[in-house]
Design a protein around this ligand. Structure first.
Ligand SMILES: [Zn+2]
Length: 241
């Protein structure tokens, strides 16, 4: 593998051009291909009604609760990542289906209400920002879209308070201590944004909680005192060393 700067710049440009082409072609391809359920793959809808029921997305959504990550006061999610919710989240992110953020965001309403109650009142939704390289590849920020759908439906305030300070490797390959080290100071609060009193962090998947912990740390350092978290799906932690 070469590290020649000119070559690397060229491959980066080629990758950007390809991503741009894929984005431009996506609406045409979507018209040609039959719509399939993002969870079970059956033809006909973005998420079929059976999956919406089964995954706890129908109505205001199902809620599961557990201990909040360090530095957070409350946490809730819709259901387990293993199964249909995970399929839907992966379809949204990796199969270029940003429209799936709408039903997933709607399904988060009950989880958000439960966390709001525990925090003591209305709270502002703050999406966990996607890594800039992944954002550039996909062309959309999935957590921001999910949070926006939930905020519109509830309704409640949403402010993209956080930004990433650097790129990080995929966390699921790392042990617990390594995850903490990698996530240290990875988030910063945007300059010039007024900090709300109560904040609920929103993400697609909650695995070790290291991402939420790091984001909450940045908010606390900026002066925010009451922080809760919600995720679409909770993933059982395999690598917890
Ligand atoms: Zn389905």
């Amino acid at each position: 593998m070469t590290h020649d700067p000119a070559w690397m710049q060229f491959t980066e440009r080629a990758r950007d051009a390809l991503a741009e082409l894929q984005r431009a072609a996506a609406p045409v391809l979507a018209l040609l291909a039959p719509q399939r359920c993002g969870a079970c793959g059956i033809e006909g809808a973005l998420l079929c009604s059976e999956c919406c029921d089964e995954l706890g997305l129908a109505g205001a959504g199902r809620v599961e609760r557990g201990a909040a990550p360090p530095g957070c006061a409350a946490g809730a999610w819709i259901g387990p990542y293993e199964g249909g919710l995970g399929e839907a989240v992966r379809a949204l992110k990796f199969h270029d289906l940003p429209a799936l953020a709408e039903p997933l965001g709607l399904g988060l309403r009950s989880a958000i209400r439960v966390v709001q109650q525990e925090l003591g009142g209305d709270a502002t939704l703050v999406p966990i920002p996607t890594d800039p390289a992944r954002l550039r590849d996909r062309g959309f920020d999935h957590a921001a879209l999910i949070a926006a759908a939930a905020a519109r439906a509830l309704p409640c305030a949403l402010v993209p308070l956080l930004e990433r300070t650097r790129a990080v490797p995929a966390l699921h390959t790392l042990g617990r201590a390594e995850r903490r080290r990698v996530m240290d100071r990875v988030f910063a609060v945007r300059a010039g944004v007024k900090l709300p009193q109560r904040v609920i962090l929103v993400d697609d998947i909650w695995t070790s909680g290291a991402t939420f912990e790091a984001a909450a740390g940045a908010l606390r350092a900026a002066g925010c005192t009451t922080i809760g978290v919600v995720a679409v799906a909770r993933e059982a932690l395999v690598n917890s060393a």
